[in-house]
Design a protein around this ligand. Structure first.
Ligand code: NAP
Ligand code: G3P
Length: 463
C-alpha cells in the first residue's frame, strides 16, 4: 500500500496551518487521465441545457458559501478578505455568464456555389464540439476566479478537466471543486491534480491524454510548458509590466487614485498591476508630489484588516521585490515612500528617477513597488513601453482624446486602457497578452471557443 504524500499549506501572513492536499504520484495521475479520457465523450452527449444548469447550480453554491470560501482564500494567499469575497462573487458571475453565453454560440453555414465552379447541391455547416481532456493550470493570485475561468468554459463545451491548482491556493481550489461536486458534477469529469508543479508538472503537461492546455502563471513556467507540450492547442496568460503613460494632469485626482489602486491592489500581485509610470519631465514634479502625498492612504496590514498591501505570498517573492528596489537605489533611484520590510510584509514603495538601466524598469516585481520613469517626450514613453519583453496591458491618462488614441495605436500590448488602470475584468472582455505576456486569448467567449473546435458537416444533395 503506497503511503500518500501530502502537502500542508500554511497562511503566508501568520504561519497558521490551514490544511493539506495530496501530492499525487505519476501512477495516480495516470489513473486520473484514464478516467478523464473516458468521461468526456459521455459528457459531450449531454444537452447544453444540462451543462448550463450544472454551472448555474455551481454558482449558486459559491454565492451561498462566499464568505466561508473568502475566509479560506484570504488566509491561503494573504489577500484582503474584502478582495477575496469580491473574487468569489465575481467567479459566480463569471460561471453564470459562461452558462448563458455558450447557448448563444452558433456555427456557420456555407453553399458550395459560393466558390467558383462549386455546386449548389453541396451545403455545409459547422457546429462546436469539445476537444476532449482540458488541462487547467491556475496561478496563486486568483485561486478561485482564474481556475473557474478555465473549468467553466471547458465543461460548457463538453470537455473533461484535469485541474492543477497553484499549490499555495490548492485548498481554495478544493473548495471550488467541492462546490461543483455538490452541484451535481458527474464523478470524474473534473479532477484535482494537486502536487507541486516542479514535481508533477512536466508529467501532466506531456501526458498523451491531454488535448488542450490553458495555463495562467509566470513567463518562465509558461514558456517551459509551451516547449514541452505535444501538438495540442494551448492558451497562456503570463506576466506583465503594464505601463501607465501620463500625458497631462487635467484630471489629477482620478489619475492618482487609479495609479495607487492599480499599482498596490493585492500588494501588486496582479499580472495587470501598473508596474511602471512614464511621465513627461514637464509634469513629473507635480505628479511626484501628488503621488507622494497619496501614499499614506495605501493601507498596510494583515488580510483580515482588508489592507491593500499584505504580506507577500512567500519569502522568495519578497526577497525578489527587495532585490529590485535595492538595485534601483544602488543605481540612483530616489525612494519617495516606503522601502521598509517586516518579514514578507513590504511597505508600498514609490521610486522616482528610475532609469532604463535599472532592473525595476523592466522586470515584473509582483509586489508593492511603483517606479516612476521621467521622459522627455511621449515618443520616448511609447518606445520604452514597447521595448518591454511583456505586452499585456497599458494605460494612458490625459484629456486630449485624439492624442491618446494616437498613442494607443502605437502600443504593442493586448489591451490599452484609456483614463483607467489596467485590469482583466470585466471577465467577458477578451483578455490577451503578446510577447512574454502570453499567447491566445481568454475572456469568456474566447475561452469557450478555445476549448472547442468547429466540426464541419457537408451535405451532398443528390437530386
Ligand atoms: P507560477 O509559479 O508560474 O505557477 C503557475 C502554475 O503553474 C501553478 O499552478 C504552478 O504549480 C504550476 N506549475 C509550476 N511548474 C509547473 C510545470 N513544470 N508544469 C506545469 N505546471 C507548473 O506562477 P504563480 O506564482 O502562481 O503566479 C504568478 C505569476 O503568474 C506572475 O508572473 C503573474 O504575472 C502571472 N499571472 C498572469 C496572469 C494573467 O492573466 N496574465 C494572471 C495571474 C498571474 P505550483 O504552485 O505547484 O508550483
Ligand atoms: O493577475 C491576475 C489577473 O488576471 C488580474 O486580474 O481583474 O485584477 O486585473 P484583475
Amino acid at each position: 500500500m503506497q503511503i500518500q504524500d501530502i502537502i500542508t499549506l500554511y497562511a503566508p501572513a501568520t504561519g497558521e496551518a490551514l490544511g493539506s492536499v495530496p501530492a499525487l504520484s505519476t501512477q495516480q495521475i495516470d489513473t486520473m487521465m484514464t478516467t478523464a479520457t473516458h468521461k468526456w465523450p459521455e459528457w459531450s452527449q449531454t444537452t447544453l441545457e444540462t451543462r448550463s444548469n450544472l454551472l448555474k447550480r455551481w454558482s449558486a453554491i459559491l454565492r451561498r458559501d462566499a464568505e466561508k470560501i473568502a475566509v479560506l482564500v484570504s488566509k491561503e494567499i494573504s489577500k484582503a478578505y474584502a478582495d477575496s469575497l469580491k473574487e468569489v462573487i465575481r467567479t459566480a458571475d463569471l460561471i453564470d455568464y459562461v452558462a448563458d453565453d455558450a447557448l448563444r454560440m452558433i456555427g456557420e453555414a456555407y453553399r458550395g456555389d459560393q466558390f467558383p465552379g462549386g455546386s449548389q447541391r453541396k451545403i455545409a455547416f459547422s457546429h462546436y464540439v469539445p476537444l476532449g481532456v482540458v488541462l487547467a493550470i491556475s496561478p496563486f493570485n486568483y485561486p478561485i476566479n482564474l481556475a473557474a475561468a478555465k473549468i467553466a468554459p471547458a465543461l460548457m463545451m463538453g470537455n473533461s478537466v484535469i485541474f492543477k491548482p497553484a499549490t499555495q491556493g490548492a485548498l481554495s481550489g478544493v473548495a471550488l471543486i467541492d462546490a461543483l461536486i455538490e452541484a451535481g458534477l458527474p464523478k470524474g469529469l473534473v479532477q484535482l491534480a494537486t502536487g507541486r508543479g516542479s514535481v508533477i508538472g512536466d508529467y501532466i503537461v506531456q501526458h498523451p491524454a491531454i488535448n488542450m492546455i490553458s495555463f495562467t502563471g509566470s513567463v518562465g513556467i509558461g514558456r517551459h510548458i509551451s516547449g514541452l507540450a505535444a501538438m495540442i492547442p494551448q492558451v497562456h496568460e503570463l506576466g506583465g509590466k503594464d505601463a501607465a503613460i501620463i500625458t497631462d494632469l487635467a484630471n489629477e485626482k482620478h489619475i492618482i487614485s487609479e495609479l495607487i489602486s492599480g499599482a498596490f491592489g493585492y500588494s501588486g500581485q496582479r499580472c495587470t498591476a501598473i508596474k511602471r509610470i512614464f511621465v513627461l519631465d514637464s509634469l513629473a514634479d507635480q505628479l511626484v508630489s501628488s503621488l507622494q502625498a497619496a501614499m499614506p492612504t495605501v493601507t498596510v496590514g494583515l488580510p483580515e484588516t482588508n489592507a491593500m498591501v499584505t504580506p507577500l505570498i512567500d519569502t522568495k517573492s519578497a526577497d525578489f521585490v527587495q532585490e529590485l528596489i535595492d538595485d534601483a537605489i544602488n543605481q540612483g533611484a530616489t525612494v519617495l515612500f516606503g522601502n521598509t520590510r517586516e518579514g514578507n510584509l513590504l511597505s508600498p514603495t514609490l521610486l522616482d528617477n528610475v532609469t532604463p538601466a535599472m532592473r525595476v524598469a523592466w522586470e515584473e516585481p509582483f509586489g508593492p513597488v511603483l517606479p516612476i520613469i521621467r521622459v522627455a517626450s511621449i515618443d520616448e514613453a511609447i518606445h520604452l513601453t514597447n521595448e518591454s519583453e511583456f505586452g499585456l496591458q497599458a494605460s494612458i491618462f490625459g484629456s486630449n482624446i485624439d492624442d491618446i488614441f494616437s498613442i494607443a495605436q502605437k502600443l504593442q500590448v493586448g489591451t490599452v486602457n484609456i483614463n483607467g488602470r489596467s485590469e482583466r475584468g470585466p471577465d467577458h472582455f477578451p483578455f490577451s497578452g503578446i510577447k512574454n505576456s502570453g499567447m491566445g486569448v481568454q475572456g469568456i467567449r474566447r475561452s469557450l471557443e478555445s476549448m472547442s473546435r468547429q466540426q464541419m458537416t457537408v451535405l451532398n444533395i443528390q437530386k
